[in-house]
Design a protein around this ligand. Structure first.
Ligand code: ZN
Length: 506
């Protein structure tokens, strides 16, 4: 028994170290939340010193050689094989983080941090002036540093595959290629049919002035309906909505546009979906790696499920329109169900990803994925980006990009050194289709439940099947375990086809 005690001691010691990293990270996230919400303008510089110190401390903890030693000692221990699969998964995840943090030389980490800070400022200016040339030399440098980083993490693998795996564990170009080709080929005819349909929505019904205070009341009401716990969370205003925190302190932010109430309404549904996931993670594993979310793609599936599958359904609006009218105190009195739902489900190829409708959205992602892949394979250079971007947008979405600001410069991800991240957004959609397919079998009355305004069965299904699994499994395995099927685009495409055929009379 003494030996087992030794094993437990080492394991517990390692988990204690991990918990301190998590706590420190939470403080850092809170400092960022404040920076994006309430910090007085003069406080920004002070805060940048604070977060720099925190990230340094965090890095020290994450690369603490004792973590490496403990991992080796535990793995070489006689009792290692007696550890449970949960304990082994924790060790695997700690090892993964540790390798990621320690394999890359410090000089490279610093160089990338410096370069992305410079590039971000330059990207903003280049976008303002719609001048890709200004940003180009910075992006060349970033791309080189990111490739080097990927190479240090795993020299045996293709660097873009390394990045894909970092963002969505288990994924490679091969897997994503197959999914995205199916997705692209399935979506194009649906988009074309919607666009060509003589039946088109009148989106002017959405245009009306709605004060921030009314929108806050709506967001708060929505939070209650989707079961986002306001005693373990907050809703605050920001320019670019995001969600931060976990378990008992999960904060969502929304953007209030007085001329577009749908911005905060769908922002709340989306961020609320992220928030629900974080609030309902498996409490017994809190502060352990397996007590975290599975992946960013699965996270996106949770936000998009609430935002699009529930929040754009006619059943939701059958229930919610009367409530909206009450909360709007006259602003929404002229709205009627069918034209409203149709307007909320408009399909219109557009130039800007963040404003894209749910159907054309994935095409924006496929364009970015294909470009990133070609860039890493050396098939195109940074200088080719505007031309390739514009060609692909024309080919896939039929839109003509007039300048770099509305084209290749629209997103900040590359300026931040983030490559291989975009696919997660579209994977979220694909996951959703398959989760819904299974949920429909378990809760055949799901649409009726929404109509009643009672989301408890649906939310509980997500909690049991997704949230409570934390990070026990990689995304592909999680989907397989929940649905019994390999990940496939067919469920999502079937859903989209059926749903939009109703609106556009296809
Ligand atoms: Zn999101």
């Amino acid at each position: 028994m003494a030996k087992i005690t030794t094993k437990i001691d080492l394991y517990d010691k390692l988990l204690q170290k991990y918990k301190e990293i998590v706590l420190l990270n939470n403080i850092s996230m809170l400092a960022y939340w404040d920076l994006e919400t309430y910090i007085p303008s003069k406080g920004v510089e002070q805060r940048s010193e604070e977060v720099a110190l925190l990230s340094g401390l965090l890095h020290e903890r994450q690369t603490d050689p004792e973590i490496g030693q403990l991992l080796v000692e535990i793995k070489n221990h006689k009792e290692y094989s007696n550890l449970s699969e949960f304990e082994k998964r924790n060790l695997e995840l700690i090892q993964r983080d540790y390798d990621q943090q320690t394999k890359v030389p410090k000089e490279l980490v610093t160089a990338l941090a410096k370069q992305t800070a410079l590039a971000y400022e330059t990207w903003k200016k280049a976008k303002e002036e719609s001048n890709f040339g200004l940003f180009e030399p910075f992006l060349v440098e970033i791309l080189d540093l990111v490739k080097q980083t990927a190479n240090y993490i795993d020299p045996s693998k293709d660097s873009y595959d390394v990045l894909l795996d970092l963002n969505e564990p288990g994924f490679t170009r091969e897997i994503i290629d197959k999914l995205f080709i199916e997705l692209r080929d399935g979506l194009i005819p649906i988009i074309q049919a919607c666009v060509k349909s003589p039946k088109q929505p009148d989106v002017s019904v959405l245009q009306r002035h709605c004060s921030e205070s009314v929108q806050l009341n709506i967001a708060t009401d929505i939070a209650k309906i989707i079961k986002y716990d306001l005693e373990a969370g907050r809703i605050d205003p920001t320019a670019h909505p995001f969600t931060t925190g976990f378990y008992d302190d999960v904060r969502v932010t929304v953007h209030y546009d007085e001329n577009d109430f749908t911005n905060s309404l769908y922002g709340m549904l989306h961020e609320g979906g992220h928030g629900l996931y974080e609030q309902n993670l498996p409490r017994k594993y809190k502060y352990q790696p397996i007590g975290f979310y599975c992946s960013m793609g699965i996270h996106e599936s949770q936000s998009r499920f609430i935002e699009n599958i529930i929040g754009r359904s006619s059943e939701f609006w059958e229930f919610y329109l009367p409530k909206l009218k009450t909360l709007g105190k006259g602003i929404f009195d002229d709205l009627t169900l069918e034209p409203l739902v149709f307007a909320l489900n408009e399909v219109k190829p557009s130039k800007i990803r963040i404003f894209a409708d749910p159907v054309t959205y994935s095409m924006h992602i496929i364009v970015r994925y294909e470009i990133e892949k070609e860039l890493f394979a050396g098939k195109i250079t940074v200088a080719d980006l505007p031309k390739v971007w514009n060609q692909k947008m024309k080919e896939y979405l039929g839109v003509t990009i007039e300048n770099d600001a509305e084209g290749v410069l629209q997103d900040s991800h590359w300026a931040g050194g983030s490559f291989g991240y975009f696919p997660d957004y579209a994977l979220g959609n694909i996951y959703d289709g398959q989760l819904l397919w299974k949920m429909e079998q378990d809760i055949p009355s799901w649409r009726e439940e929404i109509k009643k305004g009672d989301l408890s069965k649906i939310v509980n299904w997500m909690i049991t099947n997704v949230h409570q699994k934390g990070n026990l499994l990689q995304p592909l395995n999680l989907i397989k375990e929940i649905t019994g099927q390999e990940l496939s685009t067919k469920y999502y495409l079937d859903f989209i086809k059926k749903e939009y055929s109703k609106y556009f009379a296809l």
